[in-house]
Design a binder for this molecule. Structure first.
Ligand code: ADP
Ligand code: ASP
Ligand code: MG
Length: 412
């Protein structure tokens, strides 16, 4: 008998009827003879509603209290799903993250899972129960309630799959699989049959919200095959796994985007050893996450300008911190540019194909899109562009790299 972990996201459990639909899907899987661990998210947009209420009370709520609040969302779903299963004659038990033995770091709102004490789940599976675990939450060694970061239920599912030695982990969601781009932004996006862990990890890190990046990281580390598939349509999903057949021989496999990016330039820092480290050490001390960094130093010049990008929500704090440390950082002024976004292309085929970045730049400039910053790795190229041009940029790149649906390519 194999153990399978299945995760159902917020939209999939967004109403009582949808929870009943999920219960029926679980029943079918039980009837195929599998043991099941089910992970669920909070119903619909209820996590957003909780965040909104907290923000009405405090602009910077205590992270501990945020976790206490947000962890309640998933607890509603686990109990309702257990009841729905009981009603159709399936033995099931719900468990919070802590009851399921999910131990995390002592960091609030974005804790990493350290360990899963799997015995409680194995005991319940052994007694013939479908085990329903609340996604996105865990407990510190000291007994504090933590959450794993937005979208973290995917990570709960994959981590549980690794802990109980599951045969695979199915991520059920509101799209039929992983697409060449977000199908809500690119109507011509195609569903992929399969994608490698590395490419999926890049896409997830670069903003493809269909999977939580740490879920992909964990799947790769423990070699857990993942499927991403629809809760509502009986369609074969996308496999995320180690080796894939490069069926189409395409260099680029996906396009992703991230909005609300700001570029900050620290003007006139001393052009000497240690300048970069003192600037970014200062930001790191305050847990500011920086993305692309450009140091415009020229040999022989006394001063240099350093630019970096970051999420717009961190800008006010970052400017405050930099100004507080002006004495020690010794810069002349700070410039910042809001209203930007990041568009990225990802594909393992890039390693052996020079000129991919050049093609990206020329395609964006041919569409009149200004490129503000660039960053590359072996399998991706990212460009920071004005947010007003983000959708156009993603669609342009999707067409340039031949990712549009076949019939559409012929029409072009
Ligand atoms: P869930 O609540 O099930 O976790 P999410 O909203 O987190 O669902 O993820 C599914 C969404 O991810 C889709 O509705 C889609 O808009 C978005 N998405 C972004 N990039 C992609 C992509 N490359 N392929 C498929 N979906 C994507
Ligand atoms: N409910 C959480 C969120 O909305 C976790 C998840 O759905 O994965 O971010
Ligand atoms: Mg999600």
């Amino acid at each position: 008998m194999s153990v399978i972990v299945q995760k159902f996201g917020g939209t999939s459990v967004g109403s009582v009827e949808k929870i009943q639909h999920v219960a029926n899907k679980i029943k079918q899987e039980v009837n195929r003879g599998n043991q099941l661990v089910i992970v669920v998210s909070a119903m619909g947009k209820s996590t957003d509603v909780l965040v909104e209420m907290a923000k009405q009370i405090s602009p910077y709520p205590e992270p501990r209290e945020m976790d206490m609040l947000l962890a309640t969302g998933e607890q509603v779903t686990i109990s309702l799903l257990a009841m729905a299963l009981h009603e159709i004659g399936i033995k099931a038990i719900s468990m919070t993250g802590w009851q399921a033995g999910i131990i995390t770091e002592d960091v609030h709102t974005k804790a990493r899972i350290l360990e899963i004490k799997k015995e409680p789940i194995l005991t319940q599976l052994g007694q013939g129960n479908v085990v329903i675990v609340a996604g996105f939450q865990g407990m510190t060694e000291q007994g504090g309630i933590t959450t794993l970061g937005r979208g973290g239920s995917d990570t709960t599912a994959v981590a549980l799959a690794a802990a109980v030695g599951a045969e695979r982990c199915d991520i059920f969601t509101d799209v039929t699989g992983v697409y060449t781009a977000d199908p809500r932004i690119v109507p011509l996006a195609r569903q992929l049959t399969e994608i490698s862990y590395d490419e999926m990890l890049e896409l997830a890190n670069l903003g493809a919200g269909v999977l939580h990046p740490r879920a992909v990281e964990c799947a790769k580390n423990y070699q857990i095959p993942l499927t991403v598939r629809s809760t509502f349509e009986e369609i074969e999903g996308t496999w995320v796994k180690e080796e894939i057949s490069m069926e189409e021989g395409l260099v680029v496999h996906g396009v992703a985007q991230e909005k609300d990016v700001t570029k900050i330039t620290v003007v006139g820092m001393k052009n000497e050893i240690g300048t970069l480290s003192s600037l970014f050490k200062t930001l790191a001390e305050f847990h500011i996450n920086v993305d692309i960094i450009i140091n415009q130093s020229i040999q022989g010049h006394e001063r240099t300008n350093i630019s970096f990008s970051l999420h717009t929500e961190d800008v006010t704090r970052t400017l405050e911190i930099l100004n507080q440390h002006k004495g020690h950082l010794q810069f002349e002024e700070i410039l910042h540019e809001d209203g930007l976004s990041k568009v990225s292309i990802v594909g393992a085929g890039m390693i052996s194909n020079p000129g991919v970045a050049a093609e990206m730049f020329s395609s964006l400039s041919a569409s009149g899109i200004e490129i503000k910053m660039v960053s590359t790795s072996e399998i991706k190229v990212s460009c920071v562009v004005p947010q007003k041009d983000m959708v156009k940029a993603v669609q342009t790149l999707h067409t340039t790299f031949q990712l549009d649906k076949a019939e559409a390519v012929q029409q072009v």
